[in-house]
Ligand binder design. Structure first.
Ligand SMILES: [Zn+2]
Length: 346
């Protein structure tokens, strides 16, 4: 067992707790061998509570905000929580720090620590101090816990211009909510929730569908510097070209994208971060919430106009399943035409 085990600070990341334990125990790495995994050391050798470490100090909730394999399973119960080292890594190249936070920590606690919220993709400022997050030079990151770093560079030099951008504000709020999420959403449920909202905004959900691309919308409203820093794959795509990292959030129902891609779509498609999270987190995952294709909807229209099911599907290039999905969606949305009264009159 480890001799000196500190109480974790608010929002302190598991890696930070691990490093502080090393410092407090004389820096003897043999006492904190992480070959079994950082989380295993903190639970089995330091005796820290497993559930709190995962929900309050790891990025598992953020990393698995949408997950097929772990959908509906609380993050502290995932079967690979000890064996998967990626769960205790930061989601960005880090560590990122706020110099004001470090200064206050050193003054009040005598030691500083790495916060989870500062390591999230697309988050450039400390929400407490509205100060730029910075990256210490690699040779200095090890000394951060006991002193201010001398050499740093900002995560994004343009951060001040992004602080009050409404879409970025929503993205940051959603990132904080995702960090604290406990129950992963299934890709199918997320795709369905996003697809319904896309239809309201005239955003296309297929590669060749009608409407504007979400990626084009993103680049038309977001500062280019922010996109270049946090969504490099999107930034490199020409306007008007399908950008899988953003546009495919409507299509992939069986594979989860990066969390930041979903959060960007939510920040664009909803006016309120709270509404976006409520609608997406509540999305059922069963198949009757699948998003209908354009061909399926057209085939349904043709059937309602008098064509036979087979000829309507042939004419519109839809299969029977696409027609079924379109029918269920129309019933859900209340967009099905009146079918007539029960006695058969129309
Ligand atoms: Zn701060």
């Amino acid at each position: 067992m480890i001799a000196v085990v500190p109480e974790p600070f608010p929002d302190e990341s598991v890696r930070s707790i691990f490093q502080r334990i090393g410092l407090l125990n004389g820096g003897r790495r043999s006492r904190c061998d992480n070959s079994q995994g950082v989380l295993a050391v903190l639970v089995n050798q330091a005796g820290l509570p497993e559930k709190s470490l995962i929900t309050d100090h790891s990025h598992v909730g953020y990393l698995r905000f949408v997950s097929k394999a772990h959908a509906a399973v609380p993050v502290h119960s995932h079967s690979d929580r000890f064996a998967n080292p990626s769960l205790t890594r930061w989601p960005t190249a880090g560590p990122r720090v706020c110099l004001d936070c470090i200064g206050e920590d050193l003054h009040t606690r005598g030691i500083s620590y790495y916060r989870r919220a500062h390591q999230l993709p697309g988050v450039e400022a400390c929400l407490t101090h509205a100060a730029s997050l910075v990256l210490p030079s690699p040779d200095q990151s090890g000394a951060l816990l006991v002193g201010l770093p001398e050499k740093t560079r900002p995560v994004d030099p343009s951060f001040a211009e992004h602080l009050e951008h409404p879409v970025i504000e929503r993205f940051v709020s959603l990132s904080m909510m995702a960090l604290k999420s406990i129950i992963p959403i299934a890709p199918s449920g997320m795709t369905a929730a996003l697809g319904r909202r896309a239809a309201m905004h005239g955003v296309r959900i297929t590669v060749s569908g009608k409407g504007r691309r979400l990626s084009d919308w993103a680049r038309s409203v977001l500062p280019a510097a922010w996109v270049a820093t946090h969504f490099a794959a999107l930034h490199q795509k020409p306007i008007g070209e399908h950008a899988p990292s953003v546009d495919d959030v409507f299509r992939a129902r069986h594979v989860a994208h990066k969390t930041a891609s979903y959060l960007l779509a939510m920040a664009l498609l909803w006016d309120s971060a709270e509404d976006a999270m409520r609608d997406c987190a509540a999305a059922p995952t069963h198949t009757n919430c699948e998003v209908p294709t354009g061909a399926g909807r057209r085939a349904l229209r043709a059937v309602l106009d008098g064509k036979s099911i087979i000829s309507a599907c042939r004419a519109e290039g839809a299969n029977m399943q696409a027609l079924e999905i379109a029918m269920r969606a129309a019933l859900r949305e209340g967009s099905f035409p009146t079918l007539g009264s029960i006695d058969g009159t129309c």
